[in-house]
Design a binder for this molecule. Structure first.
Ligand SMILES: *Cc1c(COP(=O)(O)O)cnc(C)c1O
Length: 385
């Protein structure tokens, strides 16, 4: 097997050096060796050192979101993958008398609708095509028509396609109409500047293993305190009770149930490495360069991105299949994987696509190596471009 990771010599702060395949996926991601090494500890969940880590992580997350406790914001860490943290918010902050408006242009928006259904939360859905931004007038009309809608949920970087939804304008609209905004910023937080206060985001949800480049194990919620506490008593589950989790973390600094201690150690280290890279702006620069390198290389091979350039984000890129009967995703995927490159199958509703992530400890030369591997693989498969 060709192991591109062995030849990595890119970042001065965080070497990757391992013979694992490179993950061009939206999570789990390729992480730095130093992030992995930081987990070689066993800390007790009530231990002072561990509690200190958790406290600092929560403070640093507020700073990354451009807010503070003094300005009325709180951080809650929640065990599980990113979906658990989203479900924690959806199932905890909408009161029994409330109603959700879900804006959907991909699978992650649809997942929020499923959560509302499962918890029997009344919901209205605004849908649009996966390669289009949601319509602002439609959102405004829905909110004006139904004063019962108390909360709106929207995905920032819809990882299904790679589109960026305009959270800033949606947020200002939602705030001007006096409703509460929940944003799934899973695949954008850490690599796309977000001004929660300015944009009017009340709940922002992400996870340890996306753009911050930690390892999987927990999700994070940055919440405006007022709407979080206003909905106290609305939680529909015990383990995902957002307010109870917050009270635990604020009270004695501990998780209510066994915390992912190793993932939290890795996350502390990952935050250091994010700082060393120049924070969110620095990381955004690398990912943007990854994206540009990929798109340029793929265009030369005859692949055009599925999402129009004006709303394409720099996190993940979707490419429609080549129109050649010899192309099957399974074969393409396996051949690339044997070369050391793991891509991400994508099932959009309208078109057959594959997806390539630009995030994690990946660099422009990795994107070039991937494009070269794709060229060779297509040649082997006898696919004409
Ligand atoms: C990754 C992701 C999630 C959460 O997925 P998990 O598999 O539960 O971590 C949610 N929303 C978006 C937009 C994502 O990219």
């Amino acid at each position: 097997m060709n192991t591109p990771a062995d030849t990595d010599a890119t970042s001065s702060t965080a070497p990757r050096a391992s013979s694992d395949k490179l993950l061009f996926t939206p999570g789990p991601l390729t992480t730095s060796m130093t992030v992995k090494q930081s987990m070689l500890r066993d800390l007790g969940s009530r231990d002072e050192e561990f509690v200190g880590h958790v406290k600092r992580i929560r403070q640093r997350l507020l700073a990354l979101a451009g807010v503070s406790q003094a300005a009325g914001y709180e951080t809650v860490l929640m065990q599980g993958s990113g979906t658990f943290a989203i479900e924690s918010v959806v199932s905890s902050v909408i009161p029994a008398s409330g109603k959700l408006l879900a804006v959907v242009n991909g699978a992650y928006g649809q997942r929020i609708v499923q959560m509302a259904e499962r918890h029997r939360i009344p919901a209205t859905v605004i849908r649009c095509a996966e390669d289009q931004r949601p319509s602002l007038p439609a959102i405004e009309a829905a909110l004006r028509a139904d004063p019962g809608i108390s909360h709106i949920a929207v995905v920032h970087s819809e990882t299904t396609s790679g589109i960026f939804n305009p959270i800033d304008v949606i947020g200002r609209l939602v705030r001007s109409l006096g409703r509460v905004l929940i944003v799934d910023a899973m695949s954008s937080f850490g690599a796309v500047p977000i001004s929660m206060a300015e944009w009017g985001v009340d709940f922002l949800v992400s996870s340890a293993n996306k753009c911050v480049e930690g390892v999987p194990g927990f999700g994070l919620v940055i919440a405006r305190r007022e709407p979080m506490l206003a909905s106290e008593g609305s939680a529909r589950t015990l383990s995902l009770d957002l307010q109870a989790q917050w009270r635990g973390l604020e009270g004695n600094g501990q998780f209510r149930f066994t915390p992912p201690t190793h993932a939290l150690l890795a996350f502390s280290r990952a935050l250091d490495e994010l700082d060393a890279e120049g924070g969110i702006e620095g990381r955004a620069r690398r990912y943007r360069k990854n994206h540009e390198t990929l798109v340029e290389g793929m265009r030369a091979l005859g692949f055009d991105p599925y999402v129009p350039a004006d709303c394409q984000g720099h996190i993940i890129t979707t490419f429609p299949f080549p129109k050649d009967p010899r192309f099957t995703l399974e074969d393409f995927y396996q051949r690339l994987s044997r070369r050391g490159f793991v891509i991400y199958p994508g099932k959009l509703t309208q078109v057959d696509c594959f997806r390539i992530g630009n995030i994690g400890r990946l660099f422009p030369q990795d994107m070039e190596a991937l494009v070269t591997a794709i060229r060779t693989t297509l040649g082997e498969m006898g696919i004409q471009r």
